[in-house]
Design a protein around this ligand. Sequence first.
Ligand code: HEC
Ligand code: HEC
Ligand code: HEC
Ligand code: HEC
Ligand code: HEC
Length: 433
Amino acid sequence: MVVFNLPPDSSVVSPENNTKDTYKIQEDRMSKFLQSNKKKLFITLGIIALVILINLIRNSFAQPEIHPLTKSWEKAVPNQELPQGLASMSAAYCGSCHQQYYEEWKYSTHSHAWTDLQFQAELRKESSPFLCINCHIPLQNQQELIVDGLIDGDIYQPVTRKNPHFDEQLQLEGITCASCHVRNNAVIATHENTRAPHAVVQDADFLSEKLCISCHNASAVVTPSLVCTFETGDEWKAGPYYPEKTCISCHMETMEREIVPGYGEKQSHYHAFPGSGIPKLASETTKGLNGMGIYPSPFNSTAAKMDSIIYKLTLINEFAGHNLPTGDPERFYNITFTLKNEKDSVLANQMERIGEEWQWHPIVEKLSDNNLKPKEERTYTFSYLPLKEEQLKLSVEITKHRLNQENAAYNKLPAEYPLFITIFDKEYTVEVK
Ligand code: HEC
Ligand code: HEC
Ligand code: HEC
Ligand code: HEC
Ligand code: HEC
């Protein structure tokens, strides 16, 4: 790299004129030695070879070396030609025939994987390398630049050129139909299909949970201060649902319906990709699944003075095939118990958290993790000793968060950006006698 920054001053010894000088000296020495004996000549030739070799090595160090991309997430899916029979690869176009699919996908988190304000905020940070985009807009057609390699293998120094096939519409669609369905210039399907007006190639293995895991499982230390940790795939493989129930059987429900209106019903998969249910836009409601079984203990509406009021709440990761929460390490649940008197003054407050805790600076390190494993259950207990006769109100709330307030502020997300949803909200009154 330094080579490019040298001033064009002849007094500066560049690797080039350095080599020339060395050759000049070598020539003079050679003619002298030629007059001497043969043994000496061989030794000299050896020395010359060594000098040349050293120079070659030195020069190769001075030049930046372009390393090829090696890790899967460093690479985009190579450029795709339009599959035969299609006029565009955009979801809106697929949706002109596969209407229902388009309507479902449009409100999914996948369709927001590029436009999401949090993603865009993080992408703009200097610490975010180019490779961030490869799981959020995976096709090369979706990317403005083509990355040919890395200077000195450094992920912050990609060698780029303009992508002549860049499709802006496709970029905006994030994880679009083509991101999952178009490979080798054809539409991939799990079954053969001869009725489609477009090329269809059957590849059930490609369209299996392996596809989901290719993005939903990354555990890599990119740099000491940048770590990718989405371990949903590993959590699933270590859990009780593997291999019978998969990402697809839980997240893409099977139903009988028409794939294209007028073509008759057949087996189909729901394409809204429901997950946490925390929307990406305040103006949208996002389809979610419920993984958490919530079981409050029976609770008496009367209590005796000087006798503890006890409330137990049992949470079970009952329906998710992985930890709760999973994926992004910033996700968490808050469980809040608040006890108030008749005047609305808070008498007691208890807050529990389910999630991971990370230190991000100066090096990334996981500090704790109490995520609920599949089928794991945990009971939280709230207790209070009433000292006098009065009416009390206990409210119990469970909220599921995408990220916390501080990080939202740090990323300058607008106030209306949805950070959490409430999944349990109960109020109990207790008459203390
Ligand atoms: C001009 C209409 C049209 C467009 C545009 C279109 N398709 Fe299709 N597609 C069809 C029809 C018709 C079928 C066959 C339906 C059937 O067999 O019930 C089909 C079948 C399929 C299948 C195979 C279904 C199976 O049998 O398992 C997939 C997958 C598919 N399309 C995906 C896409 C994707 C992705 C796009 C956009 C890149 C797209 N299609 C664009 C009309 C269209
Ligand atoms: C090309 C990479 C990629 C593939 C393939 C992929 N995903 Fe995703 N998925 C993502 C990204 C990125 C997000 C988050 C987007 C965001 O938050 O803006 C996401 C979000 C989700 C969510 C929503 C999470 C939430 O916030 O509630 C679910 C559920 C999901 N994916 C399931 C699946 C399943 C099931 C498959 C396989 C059929 C799959 N994904 C394939 C990258 C991918
Ligand atoms: C046994 C069914 C089941 C299986 C198998 C399963 N999931 Fe889930 N998943 C769920 C449920 C239920 C939720 C909703 C959890 C909740 O209450 O927020 C969920 C939530 C998610 C979320 C949102 C994050 C969150 O914490 O809510 C992502 C992302 C996700 N799943 C991806 C995957 C991927 C990828 C696979 C395959 C490796 C997979 N899931 C396998 C049932 C399943
Ligand atoms: C995150 C990946 C992903 C995205 C995005 C996606 N699909 Fe699919 N799609 C799948 C998978 C996986 C299957 C096969 C499920 C199976 O057969 O087990 C499938 C199946 C299909 C089928 C065959 C019939 C069926 O339901 O099984 C059609 C048609 C289809 N998708 C159309 C679309 C269209 C149109 C879009 C965009 C609006 C789209 N898909 C977006 C993963 C995706
Ligand atoms: C290996 C694939 C992959 C790479 C590389 C990747 N992401 Fe993601 N990203 C995902 C998946 C999968 C999700 C959804 C996880 C979930 O919701 O559980 C996601 C979600 C996100 C979200 C939304 C978080 C949330 O809670 O909804 C942001 C922001 C994000 N990624 C930023 C980045 C940045 C910045 C980089 C580069 C440093 C990056 N991603 C690189 C796969 C990837």
